[in-house]
Design a protein around this ligand. Structure first.
Ligand code: URP
Ligand code: ZN
Ligand code: ZN
Length: 469
């Protein structure tokens, strides 16, 4: 690969903010200097007036993933192309163990599915069957396969949920081996009772998804997960945190100096449970777990981002189409037309995360530019064992770089997206700040509206120790 120079950009990392040129060679940042001379063969990109940020790192996606009877609609090719257009150059995606089988088999299958990725990818393992052999396999995943994070579910009894004993054993093993548990924290058995009672009373509309998953049961599960992780002496990462009660427990733990971390997602920051009152079946588009909450929870999440009690904003991109069975899929949101509990849980977001957080966070909620980069790139790279290869612009780092126009106003429209999903949670929302060019390891892959990358160019990321911030 030749030499590429990005000239005159305002380089913003989690800690820096200055104008300079960047010389890229062999896929990495080679030199950063005020005036880099360019030769005839140099590929030059003028970034005057643009901010130059490290490629986004989204550590919560479900691409080409079977969830119960449903399957997410994005392939690795379509999902990662969407990621790239949204300024994200690394995703860490969830693969899972099949009960009765080794998690190593789950990873092997995931490698086959992820071969078409257009940006760099890592894998977390969802553990569904914790026993002596699968605990040994976890060690092998950590030390031989670069999988240093594991998701466990405290929800979905009979499908995904683990009991507290299995959670304790997995956490202890993770802690002893430099790995971290990512916890889906909601009290599944209590929620199950509420769902059964709602359905028995004839309450089948999408809004009952929200009404049967109360915030207090998210708070309870987060508190329990923290206590088990404290006993296990292992780091803990709460995924898709949505509720004040949950944040309160995380804040208390962090104040005690415990290695507890948490992410939230754009939908919890910008949308509320009022979306479930939409007419017809439209509320189903917003059925994800945990569900959208009220405005007061949202205000607490913004506070948590400013005080670093929340360290990451990821998408939980888990796209199920709204229209019936597109792309030959077995199911869509329509599956739950007569029963909210059958609506596939999950929503899209990969393509809009970075601009939404710039618009809503930097422009409207007082986040600094550095904090914006930290939340969307640096902090996830650090916590998930990817830093400093990913998550920053520094000499020696991968040249995953986004040129971002902080002033361009545009409107979010699903039909202009690159994901295969047929709707956006943010349809019609006007945002200011737009991704203009994206480089993956020095190669230009997004040039305005044009796609310049290739399917399969994404590289698997062997990740190091997790839980370090
Ligand atoms: O509704 C959601 N969040 N679906 C994806 C699976 C999960 O729990 O992350
Ligand atoms: Zn989850
Ligand atoms: Zn998820």
């Amino acid at each position: 690969m030749g030499i590429t120079v990005i000239k005159n950009g305002r380089i913003v990392t989690a800690v820096d903010d200055y104008v300079a040129d960047i010389l890229i060679h062999d896929g990495r940042v080679h030199t950063i200097s005020r005036e880099i001379p360019v030769g005839e063969d140099t590929e030059v990109h003028d970034a005057s007036g643009l901010i130059v940020i490290p490629g986004g790192v989204d550590v919560h996606t479900h691409l080409d993933w079977e969830f119960g009877v449903s399957k997410t609609v994005d392939t690795f090719a379509s999902g990662t192309q969407a990621a790239a257009f949204g300024g994200t150059t690394t995703v860490v995606d969830f693969c899972n163990q099949t009960p009765g089988e080794s998690p190593l088999t789950g990873l092997e299958e995931w490698h086959t599915r992820s071969a078409s990725a257009c940006v760099d990818v890592g894998a977390h393992m969802i553990m569904l069957d914790v026993n002596d052999q699968s605990l040994l396999d976890m060690k092998s995943l950590i030390h031989n396969e670069g999988v240093s994070t594991f998701k466990l579910f405290m929800a979905y009894p009979g499908v995904l949920m683990l009991d507290d004993g299995a959670i304790f054993k997995s956490m202890r093993l993770a802690g002893e081996n430099g790995a971290m548990i990512c916890m889906h924290a909601e009290n599944g058995p209590v929620i199950q009772v509420l769902i059964e009672e709602a359905l028995a009373a004839g309450n089948t509309a999408p809004k009952y998804h929200s009404l049967t998953r109360p915030t207090i049961m998210e708070g309870e599960a987060v508190h329990r997960a923290i206590k088990i992780s404290e006993l296990s002496e292992s780091p803990l990462y709460i995924v898709h945190l949505s509720a004040s009660e949950a944040l309160k427990s995380v804040t208390e733990a962090r104040d005690l100096g415990l290695p507890v971390h948490a992410e939230t997602c754009p939908h919890y920051l910008f949308l509320t449970d009022e979306e479930y009152d939409r007419p017809e079946f439209e509320g189903a588009k917003f059925v994800m777990t945990p569900p959208l909450r009220t405005h007061s929870h949202q205000q607490d999440l913004w506070r948590g981002l400013s005080t670093d009690d929340l360290q990451v904003i990821s998408t939980d991109h888990c796209p199920f189409c709204f229209a019936a069975q597109p792309y030959g899929m077995k199911s869509s949101k329509q599956q739950g037309a007569d029963d909210f509990s059958k609506i596939p849980n999950g929503a899209p977001g990969l393509e809009t995360r970075v601009p939404l957080i710039y618009d809503g966070g930097v422009r409207n909620h007082g986040l600094s530019l550095n904090r914006f980069v930290e939340l969307t790139s640096t902090s996830p790279a650090k916590l998930f064992g990817l830093f400093p290869r990913k998550g920053t612009i520094a000499v020696g780092s991968d040249a995953d770089i986004v040129l971002f126009d902080p002033d361009e106003a545009w409107t979010i429209r699903a039909d202009e997206h690159h994901s295969r999903i047929d709707y956006s949670l943010f349809e019609g929302r006007e945002v200011t700040g737009r991704v203009k060019k994206v480089f993956l390891r020095g190669q230009l892959i997004v040039d305005g509206p044009e796609w310049k990358g290739q399917e399969g160019m994404g590289q698997y990321q062997h990740r190091g120790d997790a839980g370090k911030s």
